[in-house]
Design a protein around this ligand. Structure first.
Ligand code: ADP
Ligand code: ASP
Ligand code: MG
Length: 409
């Protein structure tokens, strides 16, 4: 008998029929004698609908109240999934994040899980119940409802698996595993049988939304056995996130991630002297805005250009701070912004032992006439910022150049 946590995403609970299919899968696992905890997202499209609704009332919604509104989608699906299980003759009970007591900090709309009181769940499981938990939501120490950021149900699933020391956490979604890149953009993308935890962490943080990054962090920290699978297929082994590298079979590049969520800001004509980076980025960071790629050019005439990227949602706020507080203060010539950029990254632990990956990436983009605006590298990834309009082309040609569409030998 195993203890299994199954997380189902929005499309997987997107209709009454899909919910019934979830219940049938859970019933199958129960019939094999396993204990099952189910974590569900809201029905697909529901969280977006709720955000739009909130914005009709308050264009910049109050974060506490926004969480009250957007957490409701998951409350609907836990009830419906429990009902579907009851209809199949199983014992089932739904729980909201607050009822379990998934304790988070109070950073509304992007809260972090601090602890999970797993005792309730254990008692119910011991009584033969399937426990159905709302993903994406928690409660802070004052009882306020919080949410965990978009895609946060993945994190609920993995965190519960970690708290229960479950044998496996299965993430059921609308694709049958983790692919070499988003199969919706590159039809030739291939499912990976496994991917190392380190690579998955990079892929998730660089834009592959198949798993929320915090769920991968949790899996790494608590050594949760994590598998991504399709809820639309009866069989299939999906993709296992592994902790060991298989050196023999390791491809140099495992995947390509991309995102359109960032915007670029350039401060031009900045005096090149100590303390400038801090004077530019300090106020941005004080406003709680995360900065990603940073580039500073060498100066010729004692001034330089300083560029960095921020999340598009925070672009206007960051531009405001730089124009109003920073530009005059440091004597910069101009603050320019571009929100039509995209970031494309190649990821692979094999990069550690191979040279020439960066030049191959740059050559491939050059051959298509794609200009690289920014570059950043780590041991296992190379990222470039390009004009958004070339994003799909860039991903496709890189996918081919690195032989990712070739079948495993
Ligand atoms: P869910 O609602 O089940 O959480 P998501 O939409 O959050 O599903 O994540 C699944 C989607 O992630 C897929 O439909 C796919 O378009 C996208 N995706 C992006 N990158 C990848 C990748 N490398 N492998 C698989 N899917 C990916
Ligand atoms: N329903 C939430 C969202 O759409 C959480 C999730 O699906 O993981 O972001
Ligand atoms: Mg998701």
């Amino acid at each position: 008998m195993a203890l299994i946590v199954q997380k189902y995403g929005g499309t997987s609970v997107g209709s009454p029929e899909r919910i019934q299919a979830v219940a049938r899968r859970v019933a199958k696992y129960k019939a094999h004698g396993h204990q099952v905890v189910v974590v569900v997202s809201a029905m697909s499209g529901e969280t977006n609908r709720l955000i739009d609704l909130a914005k009709k009332i308050q264009p910049q919604p109050d974060p506490r109240e926004l969480d009250v509104v957007i957490s409701t989608g998951e409350q609907v699906t836990i009830g419906l999934v429990s009902m579907a299980l009851l209809e199949l003759g199983l014992k089932a009970k739904s729980y909201t994040g607050a009822q379990i007591r998934i304790l988070t900090d109070n950073a509304f709309t992007k809260a972090r899980i601090l602890s999970i009181d797993e005792q309730n769940i254990r008692t119910e499981l011991a009584g033969g119940y399937v426990v159905v938990v709302a993903g994406f939501q928690g409660v802070d120490e004052n009882g306020n409802i919080t949410t965990l950021g978009r895609g946060g149900s993945d994190t609920t699933g993995v965190a519960i698996a970690a708290a229960l020391r479950a044998d496996e956490c299965q993430i059921y979604t609308d694709v049958d595993g983790v692919y070499t890149t988003d199969p919706r953009v590159v039809p030739e993308a291939r499912r990976l049988k496994s991917i190392t935890f380190e690579e998955m962490l990079e892929m998730a943080s660089l834009g592959s939304k198949v798993l929320q990054i915090r769920s991968v962090e949790f899996a790494g920290k608590y050594k949760v056995k994590l598998r991504v699978l399709s809820s639309f297929e009866e069989e299939g082994e999906g993709t296992l996130i592994t902790f060991e590298e298989d050196k023999m079979e390791q491809a140099i590049i495992s995947g390509i991630a991309f995102n359109r969520d960032e915007a670029k800001i350039t401060v031009r004509g900045v005096p090149d002297k100590p303390g400038i980076a801090y004077q530019i980025l300090g106020p941005v960071s004080d406003a709680n805005i995360d900065v990603d790629m940073i580039i500073q050019n060498v100066s010729l005439d004692g001034t330089t250009d300083f560029s960095f990227t921020v999340h598009r949602n925070e672009f206007d706020k960051a531009m405001g701070i730089l124009k109003n507080q920073v530009q005059k203060h440091i004597g910069a010539r101009e603050v320019a912004g571009d929100s039509r950029i995209a970031k494309v990254s190649v990821v692979g632990v094999g990069m550690r032992s191979h040279v020439g990956i960066a030049s191959k990436m740059f050559r491939t983009l050059a051959e298509e006439g794609i200009n690289i605006q920014m570059i950043s590298t780590s041991e296992i990834k190379i990222s470039v910022v390009i004009d958004e309009k070339y994003l799909e082309l860039a991903v496709r040609v890189l996918h081919k150049a690195f032989d990712l569409d070739q079948e495993d030998i």
